[in-house]
Design a protein around this ligand. Sequence first.
Ligand SMILES: [Zn+2]
Length: 408
Amino acid sequence: MLSAYKYRLYPNEEQGVRLKRTLRSLCDLYNWLRGEKIRRYKEEGKSLTKTDLRALALQARRGSDELQEVYSQVVQNAADRVHIAFRNFLEGRARFPRAKNYKKYRSLTYPQSGFRLQGEVTKRGKKTELRGRLFISKMGEVRIFLHRPIEGEIERLTVKYEAGEWYACLITGQKRPEKPHIESIPKERIRGADLGLERFITLDNSESEGYPEFLRRSEEKIRMLQRSISRKKRVSKRYNQLAFQLAKLHLHTARQREDWQNKIVSKIFKEADVIVLERLSIQNILKNHNLAKSIADASFGRFAGRCIHKTDALGKHSVFVDAWGTTQFCFRCLHWVPKELSDREHICPNCGVKLPRDLNSARLIKRLGILALRRPPSDGGSSPAELRLLPSLRGMVSPSVEAGSHRF
Ligand SMILES: [Zn+2]
């Protein structure tokens, strides 16, 4: 299993200049490779493979003084990024890859080698300090602040520039814990979760978490700053100052959100072995023009990512189900109970159950998840339960409802 560690880097002035120059050269290379990929497809009908792109990148490196100054695997990694961008587009996960400008191209990756971390523990009185130096090929020794110890073998280094600060992201490999057999997990150790705009998360055991006040405040500050920026002249001094402040604020808010979500995830897995969530469709997220909704969708996506990461680390399971109809049917009897967004209660005329709308959804999601776990695999069990066909209400409810014109 891979773990990521992020540390602050303190390059000296010369190293900072060299890092920025490298980012520019790599950005130019990325855009050129993207253009080549499109051109060759249009003119020759040839789809450049990952290997082709890497070869082109190395060829470009041989002819460029600037790229000669960059570690060759870092140059190849820029080609891999072009390959991944097109693959994500072709597999429906992202938009068509756009050309990047210098402001958007902010990281370089040493995929296997070309770096070495040295840490030393020093004692000053009672205080223990962890000082570190990161040797980066073509950059030299860079000062690094190791705020927490690193475990496992370092496999990959990405240097990032975020709002005027440099960071090193180190990926380490650790042994993946054995996952318990998913079919044998008792129902009480399975948590169904509904993510929403009113409460961030509602669980089938009635627990819920709202959106914290500090996040609302940060988001409000971002909106205010964006409004004042839009009144300033572009490329004026004041504009640049505000743009920098805004970038810092975005970073700060992202960290707050990350921290808050990680706490929720940890709490859930103290008492559960499986989490069941709705699968979000990237198409719906991209189509959405409502700002509040699209921000929420993005944070749901990150939450799902954290759950997967956590379950891999702990040897637990994340299960996804089809979101179709999970707000419109009764969790107990599967009766159709249509609701508007403003209806906060679920009252079933068939079985008489009455409970908050989000709680009904969470229980219904759990029910679908259990179905997924207990269902005999269609492939003879060769793939893990998480990867089997998404369980859906579509096949479980009466056909007259499914064929009806009501939208979910
Ligand atoms: Zn009912």
